[in-house]
Design a protein around this ligand. Structure first.
Ligand code: 5AD
Ligand code: SF4
Length: 437
């Protein structure tokens, strides 16, 4: 009988993408997907290291896994991803019941490591420092038939002082333009209507390749792909929304009217210490040039509260920029100290009570803005892509606008992966209600 696997994914879309490749690799090697961890022969954790609570969560979960393994010694546990790349052999020291550990550059090695574990009877691991195989070159087992992640680059050449990503994903390596386009064409032939291009710094795509194909060129080329209806990309750097990228977005048929536009802080003093290359005025300028070129474009952002040395005045600047930018949504984070990063050794780490108080004020402000922006949608007719049943109510489906807003509507006969037109009836901070027209 075939062995079964279950994957739990933490962190960002890059990890979602890697997990689809991990699933593809396992299925190519005879594994089948299990419904839950309790019955699976192999449980795999694809980990994240971006903030400290991810660390704590993983070791807590691995503790629970030990109890499962004591009850079922044939169970195999594998861990991969960013935290494994950060901790390396420490993972096996802290959780010696783990069978296989592999870093971010070693995804392709997983089948070999699983075999090695059986042959030797001891944990097998690989923590390479660079990769030969682009994860996208591996087979995928996709979760959605209509949507696919396509990685265009991995790694990041920036050095934001708070961020662990350059340490766990290395410098930027882009994939050849022809390879990316071939993959998207194949996906479209397969029925995929929406792709999300992935890169740790997606809009510097191509700078490390011969001929330096540019991100704008990639976006333009995607327009030619038959069957493809929507293109999204993440995660970009505000600085790299150059005029050619904005032009390519504005003239594109497929690129959606939504961007992620990570602010991090509204204070110039803090931005400088974060080593973000823009200042608040420049940031707002780029944002207004995008809005001028693409009317009705929506934006989400990332904001870190409590970066070392952040004063009340600095935080007020963040509130001011958030108010002025009027984001459709925001991912707000409390600053988390990460090993090896420059910010970890900066003086004046902010007290947790102050961080929490600022965080709550920021969330309150953003909820108000998000609701106001969503209310502007009421009464409008928009095209949505049906993604599946709503998590809260099976009689309803969740669908997505090109501007990345979730619309709940009565399920009826609506098939996942189809486009329908809806009339927006009601607005909430994080979703809209609509009816089919
Ligand atoms: N602490 C808090 N948030 C962080 N992020 C990255 N590193 C940290 C950190 N050390 C946030 C940034 C980034 C998002 C993916 O995670 O806002 O854009
Ligand atoms: Fe987490 Fe960053 Fe790794 Fe994504 S790339 S999984 S956010 S540490």
């Amino acid at each position: 009988m075939s062995k079964t696997y279950f994957i739990r994914t933490y962190g960002c879309q890059m990890n979602e993408h890697d997990s689809e490749r991990i699933a593809g690799l396992l299925e190519t090697n005879g594994y089948v997907r299990a419904h839950d961890a309790e019955t699976a022969d192999l449980v795999l954790f694809n980990t994240c290291a971006i903030r400290e609570n991810a660390d704590k969560k993983l070791y807590g979960t691995l503790g629970q896994m030990k109890r499962m393994k004591d009850a079922r010694p044939e169970l195999r546990i594998a861990v991969g991803g960013c935290q494994v790349q950060k901790d390396k052999a420490l993972v096996l020291e802290k959780a010696p019941w783990v069978d296989v550990a592999f870093g971010t550059f070693s995804v392709a090695e997983l089948p070999r490591l699983l075999i090695e574990r059986e042959e030797t009877g001891v944990p097998a691991f690989e923590f390479a420092e660079q990769t030969e195989t682009f994860p996208s070159a591996l087979p995928a087992r996709r979760d959605d038939p209509f949507h696919a992640w396509v990685s265009v680059s991995v790694g990041c050449d920036n050095a934001c002082t708070f961020c662990i990503v350059p340490f766990v994903r290395g410098p930027q390596v882009s994939r050849r333009l022809g390879d990316v386009l071939d993959e998207v064409q194949r996906l479209a032939d397969d029925g995929v209507v929406e792709v999300t291009l992935l890169g740790q710094n997606v809009n510097t795509y191509g700078r490390d390749l011969d001929g330096r194909p540019l991100f704008a060129e990639l976006l333009r080329a995607l327009d030619e792909i038959d069957g493809l209806r929507r293109v999204r990309f993440t995660s970009p750097h505000p600085h790299d929304f150059t005029p050619d990228v904005v032009d390519a977005m504005a003239s594109s048929r497929v690129v959606c009217e939504h961007i992620h536009f990570p602010l991090q802080s509204g204070s110039d003093r803090v931005l400088k210490r974060m080593r973000r290359s823009y200042r608040s005025a420049r940031y707002l300028e780029i944002w207004s040039s995008i809005r001028a070129a693409i009317p009705d474009i929506a934006a989400s952002t990332d904001v870190i509260v409590g970066f070392p040395g952040e004063t009340d005045e600095d935080f007020d600047e963040t509130l001011r920029v958030v108010e002025e930018a009027r984001f459709d949504s925001a991912y707000t984070f409390k600053y988390s100290i990460r090993p090896n990063t420059e910010a970890a050794s900066m003086p004046d780490q902010v007290a947790p009570e102050i961080v929490s108080e600022r965080y709550d004020r920021l969330v309150g402000l953003q909820e108000r803005i998000a609701l106001e922006k969503n209310r502007e949608m009421v009464g409008r007719r928009v095209e949505v892509l049906v993604e599946g049943s709503s998590k809260k109510d099976v009689a309803r489906v969740a669908a997505r606008t090109r501007t990345n807003k979730i619309v709940h509507l009565a399920a009826g006969q609506l098939a996942t992966g189809t486009f329908v037109d809806v009339l927006i009836g009601d607005a909430h901070p994080h979703h809209l209600d609509g009816v089919l027209v």
